[in-house]
Design a protein around this ligand. Structure first.
Ligand code: SF4
Length: 370
């Protein structure tokens, strides 16, 4: 399986927790940027003409903030330049504050068949506090336009003052709106973002409180018929995000656009984070890549174990052996000894026990040292 990721680095306003590559003040360059993106699609497509891609994902930033005709043109160019599987999943991220009936109709006509909508919270004050441009009504309107479509809602945990009752309301809104997939992420206060000050001042819920909110949200989602297939991702039967599954299986992907990263063959490479540099490179026919590295075998093994253990499917010893010709329990014997009590094993598959899911980072960190 292989995926295509396209980064759209524009937003209307910067959220206080945002650490993504997005330039609200440069929205006026979106037309020029999309023209460059289409050029990069063409350039990369020529190099990768032998591969078949199963997923396409427009992420950001806020892809829905740019004129939808450019998004449609990008999809058209992808179909022309790359070989896509006939049932390819094509997703676009949308901010509920930027949607319209016409926009969604254009996306659908272009072939987009999956939508990822940032709800984050069903409490308007919390949305406002972190600088989101939408409110709950906007989300409901967006969901009404997506009725019958395959769409996902993002929910955030760890917001200032967030209670279990807030999480209950948010999960209810996401479920009732018809989302078939829900991503429930913990907010990570990154140094340099405005919310980091709140974190330093102790104004955000601590990790134990967030863990409690997660367990509570998880139980509600389970009750509503959502299955967990990765630590932060839940869905109705058969509605997993193929694009994310590919990442967790260490599948190959090409990233296009500013700051996008790729994993092809055994190489990882990343495009420049600078918007002007990106456009100059693409227009002069040079790859906008700033970093490239071969993944060592020990890193590849660690990635395989770490990504597989995060999923509900778990880590298959058979698959590990066929990828590396060795046994994972031997390659990571010290870490396995230390963490065995947190794992459940079934046949050749090992996974983290449900009650330890939320502390999976400390379990997985053991594997970093082999
Ligand atoms: S909408 Fe998303 S990408 Fe844009 S500023 Fe907010 S968090 Fe960042």
């Amino acid at each position: 399986m292989a995926g295509i990721y396209l980064h759209i680095p524009f937003c209307k306003h910067k959220c206080t927790y945002c650490d993504f590559t997005s330039f609200p003040e440069k929205l006026c360059f979106s037309e020029a940027y999309m023209a460059c993106l289409i050029k990069e699609i063409e350039q990369r497509g020529k190099q990768l003409s032998r591969m078949t891609f199963d997923t396409v994902y427009f992420g950001g930033g806020t892809p829905s903030v740019v004129d939808p005709i450019y998004v449609a043109a990008a999809v058209k160019q992808i179909k022309k330049s790359f070989r896509l599987a006939p049932d390819a999943e094509i997703t676009i991220e949308m901010n509920p504050g930027t949607v319209s009936e016409e926009k969604i109709a254009i996306y659908k006509r272009a072939g987009i068949n999956r939508f990822s909508v940032g709800l984050q919270s069903a409490i308007d004050e919390q949305l406002e506090e972190v600088g989101r441009i939408h409110n709950v009504r906007d989300y409901m309107y967006c969901a009404s336009l997506l009725k019958g479509e395959n769409f996902s809602a993002d929910i955030m945990l760890g917001l200032k003052g967030q209670t279990k009752e807030d999480v209950r309301k948010t999960v209810e809104v996401a479920v009732m709106s018809g989302a078939s997939h829900i991503s429930m992420y913990a907010l990570t206060p990154e140094d340099g973002t405005p919310i980091y000050t709140d974190y330093l001042n102790g104004e955000l819920p601590d990790s134990d409180e967030v863990a409690e909110l997660y367990e509570y949200g998880y139980a509600l989602l389970k009750e509503r018929g959502f299955e967990r297939y990765e630590v932060s991702n839940f869905c109705k039967k058969g509605k997993e995000s193929k694009h994310n599954l590919n990442y967790w299986k260490r599948g190959e992907y090409i990233g296009l656009g500013v700051s996008a990263s790729s994993f092809l063959g055994n190489k990882r490479f990343t495009n420049t984070f600078d918007l002007d540099e990106y456009m100059k490179c693409v227009l002069s026919g040079f790859p906008p890549v700033i970093e490239s590295e071969d993944v060592s075998e020990s890193d590849a093994k660690f990635e395989f174990v770490m990504l597989a253990l995060r999923t509900a499917r778990g880590l298959s010893a058979k698959e590990y052996k066929s990828a590396f010709h060795s046994e994972w329990k031997e390659d990571f014997s010290a870490a396995y000894r230390k963490t065995a009590e947190y794992l459940e094993e079934e046949g050749d598959v090992a996974r983290i026990k449900e009650k330890y899911l939320y502390v999976q980072n400390s379990i997985l960190s053991e594997y970093m040292n082999g």
